[in-house]
Write a protein that binds this ligand. Structure first.
Ligand code: AMP
Ligand code: ZN
Length: 463
């Protein structure tokens, strides 16, 4: 029996879909104002594991993921400028160009990491009428009030507020920082619709004048449109529990009076070197950064699979090196199995299958499932094990079927010194200092590495 941990009830519960054999699932998607970093991507690997697990159990999926291209302000709690507008100004592009640029790379990253794309991709700016209708319905039902800068949800009208995070409204009130928006009735009231000043780049006509939607209403309006008033699973990162997802629940459930999401599932955060990822610390690595350093995107996927999704995962390059080595060994062993002539008794294979299923059904214990694979590959070399590994790969998504085609033997990671020289060379080229760029390339060659320009960056290889 498949069991998932439900953030709402704080326990593992048996899972079956509401609607026959099809699971309806909503996943909070990216705000496309920048490249996705490895922390974001851990959350999408988690989404992918849910989808793979559901298929493994024989279910069909109707999955929706949003692309937020308006309304996500610098702070999740309605403060600051729209992230898209800031990126547009800084890069001298329109918000639509910004969205297109980063969404394209996002989908390329998903592909590289073998993350399946949900059946429906919903762009926020394509759903403005649905959002306006939603806000209107909340207003008609008396759940909102108007201030000089927008329409706000009145959380005092929704007694269930805080059910997901277990937060108590009075505690929140006591702990609130000095309120920036004094017109709000409660600090946790949130914007459903923001009135735009005339210079704001993204704005639409509405019953409340020109403006743009709040971030939370996007997910409520789009999940309702495609999945209905009550659906099976909602996924996202743990950071969304206290604000974004509480607000989604308030919007959904005040209007319908019904439970909107049956299973709330949250992936824990990725840390870097034990701390927070942030641009100012220069540790928000992207898939391209890892590739530049000589890692395969699946090394990162493998690295993530080794830690349960509800545990924090600390990213270090030493950890990624270990994952890379271990994946290379796994592939090498599987290649030997693919060519092996021993036979493994059916009962033995079935017992591996049973253990594997048990691990996956127990709230996706993928690290344990990997352990079962690593035990199985110790068997005498046999095609049966190679085939078993490929059955398991429907969950892992590690391209184990390619192992028989021989992955190159363990490659060493590119030393930091070489990467630093390559970065200097890129900077020199950007500054049109070609003499210096050539000099740096020669230096890199002399140290035994080649550097080639490829779209979006460079490729460094050992000569
Ligand atoms: P955003 O584009 O900021 O809305 O974030 C996209 C997804 O990445 C959300 O589901 C976040 O919860 C998740 N996320 C952001 N930072 C991290 C992190 N350090 N580790 C894991 N997930 C993250
Ligand atoms: Zn969302």
């Amino acid at each position: 029996m498949l069991r998932f941990y439900n953030t709402l009830t704080r326990k593992k519960e048996d899972f079956t879909p509401l609607d026959g054999n099809t699971v309806r699932m909503y996943s909070c998607g990216p705000t496309v104002y920048n490249y996705a970093h490895i922390g974001n991507l851990r959350t999408y690997i988690f989404m992918d594991l849910i989808r793979r697990t559901l298929r493994f159990e024989g279910y069909k999926i109707k999955g929706v993921m949003n692309i937020t291209d308006v309304g996500h302000l610098m702070a999740d709690s309605d403060d600051g400028e729209d992230k898209m507008a800031v990126a547009a100004r800084e890069q001298k592009l329109s918000p639509w160009e910004i969205a297109e640029k980063y969404a394209k790379v996002f989908f390329e990253d998903l592909k590289k990491l073998n993350i399946g794309v949900p059946e429906i991709i919903a762009k926020a700016t394509d759903h403005i009428p649905e959002m306006i209708a939603y806000v209107q319905a909340l207003e008609d039902a008396g759940f909102s009030y108007e201030t000089s800068d927008g329409i706000y949800f009145d959380i005092a009208k929704f007694p269930g507020y805080g059910c997901l995070s277990g937060a108590n409204l009075d505690d929140q009130l006591a702990g609130a920082r000095v309120e920036v928006n004094s017109e709000k009735h409660h600090p946790a009231d949130f914007a459903l619709w923001k009135k735009a000043d005339p210079r704001h780049i993204m704005q639409w006509d509405s019953p409340w004048g020109k403006g743009y939607p709040g971030w939370h209403i996007e997910c409520s309006a789009m999940s309702k449109k495609y999945l209905g008033d009550t659906f099976d699973i909602h996924s996202g990162g743990v950071d969304h529990i206290p604000i974004h997802h509480e607000n989604e629940i308030a919007q959904n459930e005040s209007l319908t009076g019904k439970q909107s999401v049956r299973f709330w599932m949250h992936g824990e955060f990725m840390l870097v070197d034990g701390g927070k990822m942030s641009k100012s610390l220069g540790n928000t690595y992207t898939v391209a950064d890892l590739e530049k350093r000589g890692y395969h995107p699946l090394d990162f996927r493998f690295f993530c699979l080794n830690t349960h999704y509800r545990k924090k995962l600390n990213f270090t390059f030493e950890g990624l090196d270990a994952a890379k080595t271990s994946r290379a060994r796994l592939n090498a062993q599987l290649k030997e199995h693919a060519e092996g002539s021993n036979r493994i008794p059916v009962e033995k294979l079935d017992s591996y299958r049973e253990d594997f299923k048990k691990a996956i059904e127990d709230d996706m214990n993928v690290p344990l499932a990997l352990g079962i694979l690593f035990t199985a590959i110790k068997e005498p070399k046999s095609k049966d094990i190679y085939e078993l590994a490929n059955e398991f790969d429907s969950i892992f998504g590690l391209d184990l079927n390619k192992a028989a085609l021989a992955e190159p033997a363990e490659e060493e990671a590119v030393p930091a010194e070489i990467i630093a020289l390559s970065d200097e060379r890129t900077a020199a080229k950007k500054a049109k200092n070609y003499a210096l760029a050539d000099e740096l390339r020669n230096k890199i060659t002399a140290m035994g590495y080649s550097v080639t320009d490829v779209p979006g960056g460079v490729k460094i290889k050992k000569i």
